[in-house]
Design a protein around this ligand. Sequence first.
Ligand code: NAG
Ligand code: NAG
Ligand code: NAG
Ligand code: NAG
Ligand code: NAG
Ligand code: NAG
Ligand code: NAG
Ligand code: NAG
Ligand code: NAG
Ligand code: NAG
Length: 849
Amino acid sequence: MKNPQFQIIIFILCFFSPVFSITTDTITPTKPLTINQTLVSNQQVFELGFFNPGNNKLYIGIWYKKISPKTIVWVANRDSPVFSSSGKLTIGDNGNLILLNEAETVVWTSNQSVPVGNTVAKLLDTGNFVVRPENDENPANYIWESFNHPTSSLLPGMKLGWDRKTGVNRFLQSWKTCLDPGSGKYLMKMNMDGFPEIVILKNETEMKTVYRSGPWNGKTLSGVPEIKSASSIDFKFVNNYNEIYYAFEMMNSTIYSRILMRTSGSFQRLMWNESAKTWSENWVAPRDQCDEYKKCGSFGICDGNVSSVCKCMKGFRPRNQQAWDVRNGSDGCVRSSKMDCDSDGFLRLKNMKLPESLKGYVNQTLSLSECAKICKRNCSCVAYASTDIIGSGLGCVIWIMDLLDMRQYADFEGGQDLYVRVSASDMAQSPDHLPIVRTSENGSSNNVVKIIPITVGIIFTVLIVSLILFYMCKKKMKQSKIHSKGQQNFLMNEGVIVPVKRDYYCGDTKSDELELPLFHYTTLVKATNNFSDVNKLGQGGFGVVYKGILMEGQVVAVKRLSKTSGQGIEELKNEVRLIAKLQHRNLVRLVGCCIETEEKLLVYEYMEHKSLDMFLFDKQKSAQLDWQKRFDIIIGIARGLLYLHQDSRFKIIHRDLKVSNILLDKNKNPKVSDFGLARIFGGDETEAETKKVVGTRGYMSPEYAMDGLFSIKSDVFSFGVLTLEIVSGKRNRGFYSESNPLNLIGHTWNLWREENALELLDESIRGEFSQDEVLRCIQIGLLCVQEHANDRPSMPKVLLMLSSDDTVLPQPKYPGFCLGSKEPKKEPSGQQDESLTLNKVSITILEGR
Ligand SMILES: *[C@@H]1O[C@H](CO)[C@@H](O)[C@H](O)[C@H]1NC(C)=O
Ligand SMILES: *[C@@H]1O[C@H](CO)[C@@H](O)[C@H](O)[C@H]1NC(C)=O
Ligand SMILES: *[C@@H]1O[C@H](CO)[C@@H](O)[C@H](O)[C@H]1NC(C)=O
Ligand SMILES: *[C@@H]1O[C@H](CO)[C@@H](O)[C@H](O)[C@H]1NC(C)=O
Ligand SMILES: *[C@@H]1O[C@H](CO)[C@@H](O)[C@H](O)[C@H]1NC(C)=O
Ligand SMILES: *[C@@H]1O[C@H](CO)[C@@H](O)[C@H](O)[C@H]1NC(C)=O
Ligand SMILES: *[C@@H]1O[C@H](CO)[C@@H](O)[C@H](O)[C@H]1NC(C)=O
Ligand SMILES: *[C@@H]1O[C@H](CO)[C@@H](O)[C@H](O)[C@H]1NC(C)=O
Ligand SMILES: *[C@@H]1O[C@H](CO)[C@@H](O)[C@H](O)[C@H]1NC(C)=O
Ligand SMILES: *[C@@H]1O[C@H](CO)[C@@H](O)[C@H](O)[C@H]1NC(C)=O
């Protein structure tokens, strides 16, 4: 290097090199990575370098080279960031990767005991960053690899689980927040005890299980039925002597997909949609209240489709009936019958997420009937199931402890059969459950003769059906991927569920923890045809609602909030985030939002049948709502409201429940809308006095309208009014006239006292109806509108009264707001609700629709 010209060239190269990224994929001891450089994998798939997630600290991360916004899939020094403005990643003297800060102190290292010799670090196209001997590319000889130290993303080829020999456990851990990649509260781990499954642990004061995926049953994780066969992903669940893990590969490696453990405690499958330039979600878990760990205690079964949510199977009753009645099932169920080991039978429960099996016995090679025998023989065996439901089922898992954390799915959703030991008497009286084994050794009896012809018939049918099924399965399995039983090594595909448009995701540097899709304002302008009047669906107090069609063709309802919201953008985002977490089949789902300085928009799912008032108060259409439908609607609203009051993680008081806020989907199932908006508009959340009363005349309880006092009992009042309106088909307001000084409540009260309540029923109701149900609804309606808040029932009580016909209902006391004129003065104009001001409080009145 004596040539001065050459030295100058080197100098220039060195001087400018930081500006350009060094197009290499390897770090060597002499070629470190500095702050303005990146490594790019050979095929330009992944890129590695320094990044600042927005907290002004520096981290080494890996992201997709070709995806914008930048999506971080791995972080080296998540808990030891570089605080200085520069740093260096290089190979240390001992052959390990080391990350140095400006002061050249080591802030992070790969920290392996390395055999002597030179090493290099290379970024592979899989996203794996490996440290290996300089001249040895054999994966078996990697000294260290990032795939063994996952952060929050599981990439194709990465294993989630244990290497039984080395004891290495690879698990995902959420970021702290979207601006801080540090180790967060939620861990997603493979649990090896019993029948292996994936669990989400929450690290609070101690590690707590908050969710179980259910074990792998050959097709899917028992508690994530969304994972079904499709063509794009190869699934692996491997459990052998050497290792136990879950992994996946993409059939087409140009499609990006990953599993993400989110800061909010759920994990999801994401797919990159190149044409829409967005990550779309295939599924997410946990997804509803039945996914809450031990929601229904021991032996309780969670079923979102029953009004009590939790249920006990035949032969069991709630341990704590009182709590059960107010829908707290956490104490579970206890046996109600005496057991007798010899004569007990097994109930078949269909479509189940298998219970926790920490101490269960598992044998993957036994058949189901052998399994049944083992369980039958052992008196402490409580239940059994097969471990692999492909074909006719294989393998055996038995439970010898309380059954915990079960849920039951609908037929089309999934789940598998579980056989639970119950007494012979319970077997006899359960026609809907098949007794599978009753292997009393001396079981043959006289009855046998009578049963034979039937049995032969059944066996014959079953045989033919099995043959057909067997043939179909065999064909299908040939078409799909390998399924090697010997090793318990299953490759399966995973389903694609309609993606939702998302601009940013948590984990992207630009995102800020809002897990809700953030729409760009321009997207929504396009979708609603520039908020044209043609697209206008209605006008509410919080703003105007428009119909919109997104680029994917998805139809949505876009609510453009009026600009009067007193909140700052951050507060608003917090509120929206909270509302987005409320998910229930009787609540309208928030699909996304757009919060830019001037404009605030909420995007909801679109409801085909618009709102209930369009049917109820329309002479022609009201006949479409027969009594059964109306009763179902009342129950649906009660469930939605109960969820807001009690079941969701936050207590939400709706404050503006009314007919026009009840939307109907294509099957005319009711969904409560506009919940939580009171919060956005600056209400505080305690049961307290508020300066700003939001609500609608005719639905407001006396204490709320007059004194601004609101509580869940104010919602109960509105619910009572709603119930009476649904029964009668008439509006509470607008009912009274010159000749009739009473409003609907007062009218109903009079009819009730005269024992003529049935007269209230809408004349347009045709067909059959149950007098008892109608009267019960009227009585409940009156109980809800009682003048004193303390007299009104809570929503759990309401639902209980609605759903059981043997409960004796209390007699209602005098209702609030009986007289039309007792309401705050101001003449109604037509059928519209309108605003009014009271001396003490200013009332924002929300218009119908
Ligand atoms: C990295 O680049 C930025 C701008 O591109 C520059 O301001 C900064 O000084 C550079 N840092 C180093 C260490 O080269
Ligand atoms: C490296 O590993 C050793 C033992 O495995 C541990 O004691 C040490 O704290 C680790 N050092 C760093 C910087 O993580
Ligand atoms: C759990 O939290 C505690 C306290 O916040 C922390 O010290 C510990 O490292 C955390 N454990 C994991 C695995 O994140
Ligand atoms: C993989 O996907 C890309 C983009 O979707 C497509 O262009 C390509 O043909 C696919 N390759 C295979 C082998 O299916
Ligand atoms: C349900 O009841 C249990 C005890 O019976 C109690 O510890 C728990 O807090 C209750 N849960 C709710 C949500 O009220
Ligand atoms: C499973 O059961 C079979 C048959 O009884 C037995 O041979 C095998 O050892 C069992 N396997 C395990 C892991 O217990
Ligand atoms: C029942 O099975 C459990 C678990 O396999 C075992 O620990 C127990 O000894 C068995 N009891 C009897 C009576 O066989
Ligand atoms: C809910 O239950 C009803 C009757 O109990 C049934 O008709 C309906 O299919 C169930 N829906 C789901 C999703 O399970
Ligand atoms: C069946 O066996 C039990 C004891 O194992 C015996 O008490 C009972 O009498 C037998 N029943 C018949 C019908 O043989
Ligand atoms: C990707 O997005 C486009 C446009 O939004 C949509 O038409 C397409 O169906 C999406 N593709 C997949 C695989 O979801």
